[in-house]
Design a protein. Structure first.
Length: 188
């Protein structure tokens, strides 16, 4: 039993040492596997016209968290929109394409759920980003603001075109995965 314990501790020590040497930033994180149409889109956005607090959250939290996990494109190009039902109804009335889940998904508390899942994820090796409550709140506020600013209102037409292009590219470049995703959508 003692030799097993020593072996376990030795392996744990090696794992901890290996993890301690990891210093991922959004530029050095491993590339995410292409699993969704959103993965084919841009990995950064222009936030220069956003309020200063959202610019800061984008630079200091968003890029660090989603860059580390290699999923910044997936989040930036996600069809998820967290908005009140009145805005959802207006957008769907003005833009019938928003009824297609591949274009827009209005999910109450959608960004809150995503951010909470990240915040509650146990730290694995000391390199993974860990969000405080304050950072999680700021990140969610940024994601809500950003998705409303880039996907709805005067920008809805550009968003619809962008999502259609991503879906077409994905269908051409990853036909098997495209069929798999659509089979899952049809089952729900």
């Amino acid at each position: 039993m003692k030799s097993r314990s020593k072996s376990f501790c030795r392996h744990l020590g090696l794992l901890a040492a290996a993890c301690a040497t990891l210093t991922y930033t959004h530029a050095s994180a491993p590339a995410a596997k292409i699993l969704y149409p959103a993965d084919l889109g841009p990995t950064e956005i222009d936030v220069s016209h956003y309020p200063p607090e959202h610019q800061k959250t984008y630079r200091e939290i968003f890029l660090e968290v989603f860059g580390f996990f290699g999923t910044a494109a997936r989040v930036i190009n996600s069809p998820l929109i967290e908005a009140d039902p009145n805005l959802e109804n207006v957008e769907k009335r003005n833009h019938p394409e928003f009824s297609d889940a591949q274009i827009a998904q209005f999910v109450p508390m959608g960004w809150k759920k995503r951010v909470e899942a990240i915040r509650l994820k146990p730290p694995c090796c000391g390199a993974c980003p860990v969000l405080s409550l304050k950072e999680a709140k700021a990140l969610r506020q940024f994601l809500v603001y950003d998705s409303l600013a880039r996907k709805t209102g005067v920008n809805a037409g550009a968003w619809i075109k962008h999502r259609k292009n991503l879906n077409e590219r994905f269908k051409k470049e990853y036909p098997d995965r495209f069929r798999e995703l659509h089979a899952n959508l049809n089952q729900n």
